[in-house]
Ligand binder design. Structure first.
Ligand SMILES: [Cu+2]
Length: 316
């Protein structure tokens, strides 16, 4: 079994798990092209039992690794200072102007620097010509990965990724050490559960402030929390949603938010939990290690000429 085949099994299982967590059914689009098709149709009929089903065949990959897929291409466009703009072009080469709403929005734009710092999740506005615009979430110099997470009307959900460079002096940041507690904006968030490659793992994130559990989390995009995982090394993108929704009559508004997650491989992942409380958004970040493997690999290389090295490199 080659790598692509293994990944394909993963992708289907992942799609099924996530679809179950959403409680939203996406119907597979019309017959997909035979080759180069990532079949994450998030068909709810599979349910969790769909894991490992790879009957559809084809090359299956986690999201966000490709700039162009199924005929859709992510294209940044020149924007005024302080703004980030892009288009999605469709199979006919023209900018796409019709999108389905998923998780309350037609477009989710996630950015993170290639070193996994600087995560932001924002929602651009669509102009009539198919250009998406948003106040730039690229906070400072570096090579950023921008992920567009969307569903073109009549198509399948897609996450396309593109690198965007912001010029300026770069300070390489080592990946923070694995931890089960994160603090942000005066909140403490604890993580319970460990992702295991190739199977569904429950991750529970619990929010407290000043030592007291937070039990009045505010809905955000139809959930009490949004969790994105990025794999160190290639920034494979996993968008995980919680179990339960604010309006289902049984999901508490904290302090715990539970997710069903499946990671495509052993390795280090950075988790980003967006939650809303006190009428403000907060993002708690964690490094987690999936599977049996050594500590995260260093991602900074020695400078070619140590005599002219840039200060601030994190390697030793
Ligand atoms: Cu979003």
């Amino acid at each position: 079994m080659n790598t692509a085949t293994k990944l394909s099994g993963f992708a289907l299982g992942l799609a099924a798990v996530f679809a179950g967590a959403y409680g939203i059914g996406h119907v597979a689009g019309p017959a997909a092209p035979a080759a180069e098709t990532r079949h994450d149709t998030t068909d709810t009929d599979h349910g969790a039992a769909g894991h490992g089903d790879e009957s559809a065949g084809g090359a299956h990959l986690p999201g966000g690794l490709l700039v162009s897929e199924q005929g859709y291409t992510l294209q940044p466009v020149t924007a005024p200072a302080g703004e980030f703009a892009f288009r999605i072009t469709g199979p006919d080469g023209a900018p796409v102007t019709r999108y389905d709403v998923a998780h309350d929005r037609r477009m989710h734009l996630i950015v993170a620097r290639r070193d996994l710092s600087g995560f932001r999740h924002v929602h651009p506005e669509l102009a009539a010509d198919g250009t998406w615009r948003v106040a730039s979430p690229l906070a400072g110099p570096g090579v950023w990965r921008a992920f567009a997470d969307f569903t073109p009307t009549g198509g399948e959900p897609l996450t396309l990724g593109v690198d965007v460079t912001v010029p300026g002096p770069l300070t390489a940041r080592p990946l923070p050490a694995p931890a089960t507690t994160a603090t942000v904006d005066g909140y403490t968030v604890t993580l319970a559960g460990t992702p295991e490659p190739g199977r569904t793992s429950r991750l529970t994130l619990t929010v407290s402030r000043a030592g007291r559990p937070v039990t009045d989390l505010q809905p955000y995009l139809g959930a009490y929390g949004h969790l994105v995982a990025l794999r160190q090394g290639d920034l494979a993108y996993l968008h995980v949603h919680p179990e339960g929704t604010p309006d289902d009559g049984r999901t508490p508004a904290g302090p715990a938010v539970m997710f069903a997650a499946e990671v495509p491989s052993a390795g280090a992942y950075r988790l980003y939990l967006d939650f809303r409380h006190g009428d403000a958004m907060h993002t708690a970040e964690f490094t987690v290690l999936a599977g049996a493997q050594p500590a995260p690999a260093p991602t900074t290389a020695p400078t070619p000429d140590a005599g002219h090295g840039t200060p601030g490199h994190g390697h030793s």
